[in-house]
Design a protein around this ligand. Structure first.
Ligand code: UDP
Length: 249
């Protein structure tokens, strides 16, 4: 376990994390997963109720490369980046294999319809327990459907902070299920939004691609700047603390 900005992170690899979730699935347990990027961490610093929502998660994984780099700098070991979309795709594969049921919540109506069509094509044995777009005002019907269907996996792609708040507020109403916030993943899996080219992913520049293809995301640069400043502040604090300890000895 590693810590950043007061939040505990799962520090293993993506593969070990997916294996862990598969174990929870086979025991029909209820778990809440946050796939944290710098935006989520910054938001949690300024919004106490959001921080409380995040604290209810069973696992927080380092989704953004910024989070992984910050951990490296602060000597908080985290094995690798574990993205929501990669975990989702791995879980869909194993759920298909085991004929498990899945509920999809989020994105625009067009995007979720397209994604569910592709899911039916690609995962013939997967049980689609239900799906709903993410622009609802009242989620009672959605909650009722999940209570009746009892899906094994519930992917919430409502964007942060909405998806974590929704899961934290409603999770106690369900008996089982792995609840995981996956941001813009439905838009990528539906083909509405392209994931960045592999070469940019390998260069850790996926965030730059996402900003350049969605100019309304320019605010993200401010968040990333603030995240970098706070990380450097923590780093300086860590160095000073180390120096003080050396002097004391
Ligand atoms: N979204 C939603 N309901 C909302 C707001 C957003 O379903 O009230 C969806 C949006 O359509 C998109 C997803 O949430 O598919 C994630 O949005 P974004 O790309 O902003 O999230 P990020 O991946 O950057 O966290």
């Amino acid at each position: 376990m590693s810590t950043l900005f007061g939040i505990n992170f799962y520090s293993g690899s993506k593969q070990s994390f997916v294996e862990l979730l598969n174990q929870h699935l086979s025991k029909e347990e209820r778990k809440f997963v946050v796939t944290a990027n710098p935006e989520i961490l910054i938001h949690s610093l300024g919004d106490a109720s959001y921080k409380t929502a995040i604290s209810k998660a069973n696992y927080v994984v380092a989704d953004g490369i910024g989070v992984v780099k910050a951990m490296d700098l602060l000597k908080e070991s985290v094995n690798e980046r574990v993205t929501g979309i990669d975990v989702m795709q791995d879980l869909l594969e194993s759920a298909n294999h085991k004929k498990l049921s899945v509920y999809f919540l989020g994105a625009s109506e067009r995007s979720i319809n397209k994604m569910v069509d592709r899911i039916y094509e690609r995962y013939a044995d997967l049980q689609v327990a239900g799906f709903h777009h993410g622009f609802f005002t009242d989620s009672e019907k959605i909650i009722e459907e999940i209570q009746i269907q009892k899906p094994d996996l519930i992917f919430a792609a409502l964007g942060a902070p909405k998806q974590e708040a929704w899961i934290a507020n409603n999770m106690s109403k369900f008996d089982k299920g792995i609840f995981i916030g996956v941001g813009g993943s439905f838009d990528v899996l539906s083909g509405v939004q392209r994931r960045s080219p592999r070469v940019l992913q390998n260069m850790h520049l996926e965030w730059l691609y996402r900003i350049s293809t969605r100019p309304h995301k320019l605010k993200k640069i401010q968040v990333l700047t603030l995240f970098s400043i706070l990380t450097i502040k923590e780093y300086i604090h860590m160095i000073l603390l180390k120096d003080t300890r050396v002097e004391d000895n």
